[in-house]
Design a protein around this ligand. Sequence first.
Ligand SMILES: Nc1ncnc2c1ncn2[C@@H]1O[C@H](COP(=O)(O)OP(=O)(O)OP(=O)(O)O)[C@@H](O)[C@H]1O
Length: 234
Amino acid sequence: MITLQKIAKSFIGEEIETVAIDEMDLSINKGEFLSILGPSGCGKSTLLNVLGMLDTVNSGEFHFLGQNVSTLAESQRAKLRKQHLGFIFQNFNLIDELSVEQNIELPLYYQKVAKAERKKRVDAVLERVDISHRRHHLPAKLSGGQQQRVAIARAIITEPDLILADEPTGNLDSNNSGQVMALLQQLNREGATIVMVTHAPEHIGFGTRAIELLDGKIVSDRRIGEALKEVSCG
Ligand SMILES: Nc1ncnc2c1ncn2[C@@H]1O[C@H](COP(=O)(O)OP(=O)(O)OP(=O)(O)O)[C@@H](O)[C@H]1O
């Protein structure tokens, strides 16, 4: 589904250049649930932003579903993003003034899906994340775990090919974290491809593969259940 070839991304400040991703190679297959770990500043968010087509690279190639994203204009990337990607954020990013069901329905509005179809899909996805009983509430009336389940419903309602999650449990207590991780694992078992940045090593067991970054490079890559495989950084 995704191939990164010698991807490099740096940020130029007033005096110094910070290398956030250093000539990285990475392939992600359909059906994987990949966790990205590593210390603060190692490039996790930058990598997720590149995969989410929110940021461009300085060099290297990025292929997504057979298309060379590196050569696309912003408008073409936005179209791919809207059609194929779902995003889940640490702070949920729900719209405070909209109810649970209106938040979830929003991406379908943007895709100009007809009203009856929107209702059908919202009903199904509310059921799926077990939040139907809160459908008319505003986000502020929900617990953090419930808000993240709404955000997951919003991410999956367009049936994206890839779900990108940036520390989805970062603002949750351990009980709510467990519920959110179990939901992501279930979605993956039903076929969703997920890439998740996490600071919680205990959560990689919900996924199928984990990579660890250091200074913009992949230093380990393992299938979950397999022994740790160190990657030579040459
Ligand atoms: N917009 C930016 N301008 C300048 N430097 C940046 C920018 N974004 C990231 N960086 C730098 O790039 C490097 C990688 O940052 P990134 O946010 O990807 O790390 P991270 O692993 O996600 O960190 P954290 O776990 O703290 O969120 C860091 O040194 C960071 O300071």
